[in-house]
Design a protein around this ligand. Sequence first.
Ligand code: BEZ
Ligand code: FE
Length: 291
Amino acid sequence: MRNFNETNIITAVIGRLENCRTPRAKVISTALVRHLHDFVREVEPTQAEWEQAIDFLTGTGHMCNATRQEFILLSDALGVSMLVDAINHRLPGTATETTVLGPFYVQHAPEVAIGSRICDLAEGPSMLVEGSVRSVSGKALANASVDIWHADAAGFYDVQKDEAKPSGRARVRTDADGRFWVYGVVPAAYPIPNNGPVGQMLEAQGRHPFRPAHVHFMVAAPSHETLVTHLFLADSDYLDSDVVFGVKDTLIEALDVAQPGITPYGAVVEDAVPVLRRDFVLAESLTQTSR
Ligand code: BEZ
Ligand code: FE
């Protein structure tokens, strides 16, 4: 087949996908070509705009390194990460909802004892983070691993500050009743990294780069789906305009004030302190996990 034009080239390209090595490769390649051609037919880019698009993708690649993944950031800012998350987490109604992982997760965060302080006091006012982990069946999950990471009061993560030791992040294990508590600091809203192509795109789209104040959690227990989520602070700015579309009503929490004494989660409070509290509920999985 020859003499391709704007009408028949789509059929020719899809025809070349006959011998895809797997049925899934065929489904993905066919949809990709169909949507890409539809997009180009709709937009009718000039040659200069097409070159600009190539430069944008090239710049996005060049921005990636061991600690910066500009393609994921692009997916986040275009709502694709949250769409993939939604498709892959059609959980039972009572399970805690998921949201994006984000670029500031660090594998193998230091495992700390319940009750540890995970931030230096210089990083902001103290905040107690306490909660529990249970299964959708209601059973308390002992020894579940709870990764917690959050920005400081100035809106920076430890990995952005080149700190010598991890701060504002830790892994804690739930006690026999499925409870945990640590002391962090009250995090601030912050802009996603915006000194690269994604920042330029947001600027061109007339969008701000901010995320509302939040704390990240990754909660894992054997025989349960690992939960990746955040809790958003109810009084934060940007709850309705999170640059990565990650906010869900069920994940918004107002800070309470814990009074001196022992809380129902077993937390020891010496002076009244803001507290972020949540009972996490994990969906049961068929595949075995061990963390
Ligand atoms: C974060 O919350 O850490 C985050 C998520 C997506 C993009 C950038 C930052
Ligand atoms: Fe974050």
